[in-house]
Design a protein around this ligand. Structure first.
Ligand SMILES: Cc1cc2nc3c(=O)[nH]c(=O)nc-3n(C[C@H](O)[C@H](O)[C@H](O)COP(=O)(O)O)c2cc1C
Length: 181
């Protein structure tokens, strides 16, 4: 049984949902998994984990700064562990090249080059946004030629099967080649 930490950043909650889902998949496979919301403290990576899956979402072209800070502070420890990154954005669904660019910028900014990276579609949560954010997102979305502009509902782009496969591949790799070997 492996012990895996899932530290994440989230602004509207979709990355937290994905982190919880990954944790559930890992536990269903008999592993110990915990999520850690990085927003509220200057966390350092605790000892005792076999693997780490870092998650962050994109706003205005950038991942949460506090996730980048966490990765910079803990880069050496991350490099010694079996570690992966998942990046949540609209572009992961609509424009994967752009989503890949966000990750390349994150890697340059933090100096961390995770062996495994996943790009997951996020969500447009019109019903939860305040007025200005709702109007801004509707404008951006329609300027991109999308028809997902009904602000009376939400749009979820996360493909949960892909998230499950990512989590399963992560533990399969970990079982095959534990960190340090
Ligand atoms: C104000 C705002 C700005 C956003 N900017 C981008 C962006 O520049 N590129 C992109 O691909 N997605 C963008 N998104 C989409 C988010 O990445 C998506 O909603 C994601 O699900 C947010 O994850 P979170 O709920 O964990 O914060 C933006 C969303 C909001 C609300």
């Amino acid at each position: 049984m492996a012990k895996i930490l899932i530290p994440y950043g989230t602004t509207e909650g979709q990355t937290a949902r994905i982190a919880d889902y990954i944790s559930d998949v890992l536990q269903a496979h008999g592993h110990e998994a915990e999520t850690l919301d990085l927003k509220h403290a200057d966390h350092d990576l605790p000892d005792g984990y076999d693997g780490v899956i870092v998650g962050a979402s994109i706003h205005a072209g950038k991942h949460e700064g506090y996730v980048a800070d966490f990765v910079r502070r803990n880069r050496e420890a991350l490099e010694k562990l079996h570690a992966a990154l998942f990046s949540v954005s609209m572009s992961a669904d609509a424009d994967p090249e752009e989503a890949q660019k966000y990750v390349a910028e994150f890697e340059d900014a933090t100096g961390w080059r995770p062996a495994k990276v996943a790009l997951f579609g996020g969500a447009l949560l019109y019903t939860e946004y305040g007025f200005l954010k709702r109007m801004l997102m509707k404008k951006i979305v329609s300027s991109q030629g999308s028809t997902d502009t009904d602000t009376g509902r939400d749009y979820i782009y996360t493909e949960w099967d892909g998230v499950r496969r990512f989590a399963e591949e992560f533990v399969a790799d970990l079982e095959r080649k534990p960190a340090g070997e």
